[in-house]
Design a protein around this ligand. Structure first.
Ligand code: THU
Length: 135
């Protein structure tokens, strides 16, 4: 994948992060993904006074894409305000696993110039996925 695309995904995730609704944690997260046909979708975390209802940035981006009919993506970028790489939570790893394949790049970034790329089996080994159900 071109470096230009990776940088664009990081910029898109940073834009999404500006809309984070996180008054309880004050922890803003941004995500963006690119579909196989080059469309980009964004997501950010949305919290609630009933804390357990918070939805993470990654899941928001993925569910937005899937809701519009895009089920396969080449890459997803994830970042926060940490001065470090932001590890996606376990629930988001499971949701990424549903739609990712071994080529899907999971880009954890600190900045446009500083990121690491993983695949889903590195982040979620021995996973329970659609294949267990014959799908
Ligand atoms: N959060 C995400 O958006 N993605 C993650 O993978 C980690 C956690 C959000 C959920 C909550 O709004 C805030 O970060 C603190 O947990």
């Amino acid at each position: 994948m071109e470096n230009k695309i990776i940088k664009q995904l990081i910029r898109e995730a940073e834009e999404a992060k500006k809309n984070s609704y996180s008054p309880y944690s004050n922890f803003r997260v941004g995500a963006s993904l690119i579909t196989k046909d080059g469309r980009i979708f964004r997501g950010t975390n949305v919290e609630n006074a009933s804390y357990g209802l918070a939805v993470c940035a990654e899941r928001n981006a993925i569910f937005t894409a899937v809701g519009l009919g895009y089920r396969t993506f080449d890459a997803i970028a994830i970042g926060s305000d940490l001065n470090d790489y932001t590890a996606p939570c376990g629930a988001c790893r499971q949701v990424i696993n549903e739609f990712a394949d071994s080529n899907t790049k999971i880009i954890l970034y600190k900045s446009e110039a500083d990121y690491k790329i993983y695949n889903i089996s590195e982040l979620l080994p021995f996973s329970f996925g659609p294949e267990a159900l014959g799908k």
